[in-house]
Each structure stands twice: as structure tokens, then as C-alpha cells.
Design a protein around this ligand. Structure first.
Ligand SMILES: Nc1ncnc2c1ncn2[C@@H]1O[C@H](COP(=O)(O)OP(=O)(O)OP(=O)(O)O)[C@@H](O)[C@H]1O
Length: 620
């Protein structure tokens, strides 16, 4: 082969986006250049995993018996650095398509934003944004990749790039399977040609790579399947480092769970709950599933069938003896083994959260703040665990301090003997809820009301019809169980003022379903409540967000008959039942109530009417 004459190197150009990305990486953003090493080792390890998997079924791959390993060679004098793996290698198409394009959409936009905000991007974030290989250009001006793919009919290639917009590819005589990446370090990064420095970085970032990593002749990493250890033998340091390795997180996890099950299904799992939510917690396509091993061989590095979506923030590995190694994704999806593992993991994870909630509320609140929006979606999707999930819910309430949370269980324990229902009210934030007139009665009578502040709450809580046999009710509904307000005694009675209420109803006929005397108001003159079938104010607002045409359902206007303003209006009515003032005030009260709940579409008429009323009031 060596006398084979190769065609001259072909030149290619990076995509426009890629050029900008490279520029950002090299010139501005990263503060920890050492992560390039982690990225290269991680790519080598991915390539080795692919080979290990293929070896099982395919006897014809190149160098079938070559040891699966990563070798790093350094030269302090010449500042040369190389890393070689016996992984799957790359074809010409791989070189063009995988190196030279941005893996994840949104990466460039994100990095630009960081730059505009004059922020430096901690190197630790690189993994999350998939610019892995290119981090090499932080420490060198020119990179060479020599590679040969594992397919028997493959040929060797050399890829070279100065990282400025172009790369070249040419055929080579390489016969070995795998990939070698080499470059000369820039003068100010020559530290990465020092043995001790490189070894330290590997121990820090890549200790858990599944294949031996050699620097010179010395194997540097631990290569242990941590999840196979007994729980008592697991050390915190190891667990933290392992978590960082599999998750690309830079912080230690908030907690972990080790599961070893023997019986009808055998598996071991090591799962972690992160300390903080990732950048893309809610964007469905970006999340990574668990790593699935069959008998210690990684068969999927992104297995989404092991946990339900509402637990997708959990990171970790599952290793089972009960799946065949050559299992396809379709088979895993429908396998009873997977279903059993899934069920066990969910139950253990919810158990762990329950334990935190009961014994370490600070930890649980930290978890809850970050991940509860996802967890809550489980209430309506995982019926088997619905009760457990409901017990994990937490809310602020009218009796908690701002920012402090309570469970439904504790709420029920505090309920007075006369109280038959659990009350809640929703709103964008606590201050707005505290001003809701519908709360007045409950405050006066010291009846606790849960505050639904997270936007997702209104999709979850109304679906919980009762808890410990106590119905859950929105205080904005017309049919709640309130006693007539004591203060009402001193006011007018409904039968007497009926004609005034009827007049209001006729005036507001297009806007409200009914006008009735209120049993719940203390200080405010009016409030809007929802009929039995209606949605509460927060849900309506969400509906409007999703559907611009949606105009909302009509509400019931409740009037406080002991309020001085209503008494004055009754006097005006008795004097002149056609007084134009009645109409002005009826509209003003109605729109004022809309304003209070954050649902007044336009303030123009409201303000015009207010000016008119003030003008009359100030007339000499
Ligand atoms: N040593 C290698 N052996 C085989 N293929 C490789 C190797 N290094 C890189 N590649 C190929 O190049 C691609 C791009 O690598 P890069 O590090 O830029 O991103 P990534 O690994 O896909 O994403 P991330 O860094 O987020 O894990 C890889 O997905 C892989 O297909």
C-alpha cells in the first residue's frame, strides 16, 4: 500500500456558522482551556464504545482484537501533543459532516449572547453546548486528524485545519483502525505537554472513562464501574467526580441513589439529582437520557425509556444482565425488563424525594425550586404514582412567610374543625394574590389559602379534586362554602336592594353572567368570581396566551352590600333609578375588578371614566 499514489488533498470550507463559532471559541470566550483534553478523551471514549458494541456481532471489523484504549503522547521540547484511540474511526463523510458542522442548534446564538453580555463562558459549559472538538483550537493553531474507520473496505484519511474557515482532507496509508489527533501547543499553553499536568487533568475530568487512558506507558485513570460497587464502598468524592463526568455538570450533585436489585430482573443503577437545573430543562429535544449498559457494555448513551419524562432531570447509569447486548432501540422500548427497571427506579426516586422532604426540608426546597415544574407534570401523566407525587407538592400560602412552602398534608393538619374544604387561589406572584378581594373573607376568618404561583400549578391543582377526603376549591369560584359575612348584618339586605342589583346586571349584560350580593367581601366593594363551570383567572390568562381568539367566560359580579359606596348607590337609585351615574359607576367597578385580577384589556376607558368621576367629585 505504501507505494500507492494518493490524490492531492481536497480543500473544504466550514459552514458560515462554524466559522463564527470557531472565532468565538479561540478569541473570546473560554476561561479554562484545559477542557480541550476532556473533550478529546470523551470523543475517543465514544468511538471506543461504538467499536466495543460492534465487535460483539461483527467479526469482520478492522483490527478486531486490538485492545480498546486511549494513548496520549507528549513532547515537552517540541510542545507536541497527540491522542490516539482504537475506536471506530471516521470515514471521509464523517470528517466532512461531523467535524465542520455545529452539533446542536442554538449553540452559536447562545455563545454570541454570552459575548455581547461581556461574560466569559466557563469552560465547564462547553460540554452542554456541544462544541467539543473545537475547544482544541484554544491551545493550538493547527490540528491534524489521522483516522481509519472500522469497516473492512475503509481507507485512511488525514484531515488538517488551521481553524480559520478551511480544512483539507487527503487519503493516507493508515492501516490501523481508530483515530489520532495531533498538534503543536501554542507557546502560552505549553503546560499541556507536561506529564504531571496532563495526568492531573485526566484524574480530575476523565477518571471514569471506561477504557484505559495512557500517558506514555502509564495508565492514568481508574476504569472502574462505580455502580457495581457495594453501596457502603462508594465514596463521596468518587460519586461527585463520576456524576460530573457523565453529566457534564461542573457542580457536585444534590444527591444520589444507588440501586442493586436481584430477582426477576437484575440490575444496578447509580442515579443523580443535579444541584441546579440545566439551561435547557424544558426544551424537549435537548435532554439526554440515562446511560444503559448490558453486562457492563454501554449499549445506549441516551436511553429515554428508563424514566418517565417528568423525571428527565435525573442523570446516571443503569447496568443490567437481563438484556441481550445486541438489543435495538425498538426492542428496548417494548421490553418488559425495561418496564420493570423503569418502575423500580421511579419508585425509588420518589422515595428518595419523600425522604428529603421529611428529613431535610432545606435540601428538598432546593430541589423543588429547580425541578418542581417538571415533577408536577407527573401528577397528570403517571397515575400509578399520582398520590406520591401529590404528597411531594409544595405551595406558599396565606399563612406561610413569603418564599416558604407547605405541603397539603400540613395544610390539612392546620385546618380548623369547621373547615371542610382546601382552598387555593392563583396569580402571577404573591403580592398580586395578596391584593385579591376574594381573599378578604379568608384572611378575616384565619382560613388558610394555598397560593398557586408557578404557572404550571393551574394545570395540576384543579385536577386534584380531593386530598384526604377534603375537596380542593378555588376561592374564585361562586360555590365555595362561606358563611354570610357578619359585617353584612350592618349593611343592606339582598331582598331590599334587588332592584339595584338587577339594574347593574342589565347595564353589564354583555360582560357578566350575574350580579349577586357577596358573602365573602370585607373591605372591597365588588369582586368577580367564576361560575361553577368556569376557569379561574390564571387559567383564563394561560388560555388567552395559547389562543388569541379566546375571549374568556363570563363571570359573576359579587357586590358588598355593607360597603359605603354601595349604600350611596342605593340612595341614588332610590332617588332616580335612571341616573347616568349608576352606569358610570357600574362599569368602573366592573373594570376595576378586572384590573385587580390582571385581566383589563385596555385602560383607556377606565381612565377616562375615572377622570369624569373625579371631575364631578371636585366640582364646587
Ligand atoms: N476520536 C474520534 N473518533 C471517531 N469520531 C470522532 C472522534 N472525535 C470526534 N469524532 C466525531 O466528530 C463529532 C464531533 O465531535 P465534537 O466533539 O465536536 O462534538 P460531539 O462529541 O458530537 O458533541 P459533544 O462535545 O457535545 O459531546 C463526533 O460526534 C464524532 O462523530
Amino acid at each position: 500500500m505504501s507505494d500507492h499514489v494518493h490524490a492531492p488533498a481536497q480543500e473544504f470550507e466550514y459552514q458560515a456558522e462554524m466559522k463564527q463559532l470557531l472565532h468565538l471559541i479561540v478569541h473570546s470566550l473560554y476561561t479554562h482551556p484545559e477542557v480541550f483534553l476532556r473533550e478529546l478523551i470523551s470523543n475517543a471514549s465514544d468511538a471506543l464504545n461504538v467499536v466495543r458494541f460492534r465487535q460483539l456481532a461483527d467479526a469482520s471489523i478492522v483490527d478486531r482484537d486490538a485492545p480498546l484504549e486511549i494513548r496520549i503522547t507528549l513532547n515537552k521540547e517540541t510542545r507536541e501533543f497527540s491522542i490516539e484511540d482504537t475506536g471506530v474511526g471516521m470515514t471521509k463523510d464523517d470528517l466532512i459532516n461531523n467535524i465542520g458542522t455545529i452539533a446542536r442548534s442554538g449553540t452559536l446564538a447562545f455563545l454570541k449572547q454570552m459575548k455581547e453580555g461581556q461574560k466569559t463562558l466557563d469552560g465547564d459549559l462547553i460540554g452542554q453546548f456541544g462544541v467539543g472538538f473545537y475547544s482544541t483550537f484554544m491551545v493550538t493553531d493547527e490540528v491534524t486528524i489521522e483516522t481509519r474507520h472500522a469497516n473492512q473496505d475503509s481507507v485512511g484519511y488525514r484531515w488538517k485545519s488551521l481553524g480559520e474557515g478551511k480544512f483539507t482532507i487527503e487519503e493516507t496509508d493508515r492501516t490501523k483502525r481508530g483515530t489520532k489527533i495531533s498538534f503543536t501547543l501554542k507557546e502560552d499553553h505549553k503546560e499541556f505537554s507536561e506529564d504531571w499536568r496532563v495526568k492531573n487533568i485526566i484524574k480530575k475530568y476523565s477518571n471514569f472513562v471506561d477504557f484505559p487512558v495512557y500517558v506514555g506507558e502509564e495508565k492514568v485513570n481508574a476504569v472502574s464501574a462505580l455502580w457495581q460497587k457495594r453501596r457502603d464502598d462508594l465514596k463521596e468524592d468518587e460519586l461527585n467526580e463520576f456524576y460530573k463526568y457523565i453529566s457534564n455538570d461542573y457542580q457536585a450533585p444534590l444527591g444520589y441513589l444507588h440501586v442493586a436489585l436481584e430477582g426477576s430482573v437484575n440490575f444496578k443503577a447509580l442515579l443523580f439529582i443535579p444541584e441546579t437545573a440545566p439551561f435547557a430543562l424544558f426544551s424537549e429535544k435537548d435532554y439526554k437520557g440515562l446511560h444503559l449498559y448490558a453486562n457492563r457494555v454501554l449499549i445506549q448513551d441516551d436511553c429515554k425509556d428508563l424514566l418517565p419524562e417528568y423525571l428527565r432531570f435525573v442523570k446516571g447509569v443503569v447496568d443490567t444482565e437481563d438484556l441481550p447486548l445486541n438489543v435495538s432501540r425498538e426492542v428496548t422500548q417494548n421490553s418488559p425488563v425495561m418496564a420493570k427497571i423503569n418502575k423500580t427506579l421511579v419508585s425509588k426516586l420518589l422515595g428518595l424525594l419523600e425522604e428529603w422532604a421529611n428529613t431535610d426540608s432545606a435540601k428538598y426546597e432546593k430541589f423543588y425550586k429547580n425541578f418542581s415544574p417538571l415533577l408536577k407534570t407527573g401528577v397528570n401523566s403517571d397515575y400509578a404514582n399520582r398520590d406520591k407525587l401529590i404528597n411531594l407538592l409544595r405551595f406558599e400560602s396565606s399563612t406561610t412567610d413569603k418564599g416558604k412552602l407547605t405541603s397539603l398534608k400540613d395544610y390539612v393538619a392546620r385546618m380548623g374543625s369547621e373547615q371542610k374544604e382546601i382552598y387555593y387561589v392563583s396569580g402571577d406572584h404573591r403580592d398580586l394574590i395578596e391584593r385579591n378581594p376574594n381573599l378578604e373573607y379568608f384572611k378575616k376568618h384565619n382560613i388558610e389559602v394555598l397560593f398557586l404561583i408557578d404557572p404550571i400549578d393551574v394545570f395540576v391543582v384543579p385536577s386534584i379534586t380531593e386530598y384526604e377526603k377534603k375537596p380542593l376549591k378555588s376561592i374564585e369560584k361562586a360555590d365555595i362554602d362561606v358563611k354570610p359575612e357578619d359585617a353584612q348584618e350592618a349593611g343592606l339586605t339582598e331582598s331590599v336592594v334587588k332592584p339595584l342589583l338587577t339594574t347593574f346586571k342589565e347595564l353589564l349584560i354583555d360582560k357578566v353572567e350575574d350580579v349577586v350580593a357577596s358573602k365573602r367581601l370585607v373591605d372591597s366593594a365588588v369582586t368577580l368570581v367564576i361560575g361553577k363551570e368556569g376557569m379561574d383567572a390564571q387559567t383564563e390568562r394561560m388560555m388567552k396566551m395559547f389562543n388569541k381568539e379566546y375571549s374568556g367566560s363570563k363571570k359573576i359580579l359579587e357586590v358588598n352590600l355593607s360597603h359605603p359606596l354601595i349604600k350611596n348607590l342605593w340612595a341614588i337609585y332610590q332617588n332616580d333609578s335612571k341616573s347616568p351615574m349608576l352606569k358610570t359607576i357600574a362599569f368602573q367597578l366592573y373594570e376595576g375588578a378586572l384590573l385587580m385580577e390582571g385581566n383589563l384589556p385596555s385602560p383607556t376607558e377606565f381612565v377616562a371614566r375615572m377622570t369624569e368621576i373625579m371631575e364631578r367629585a371636585t366640582r364646587a
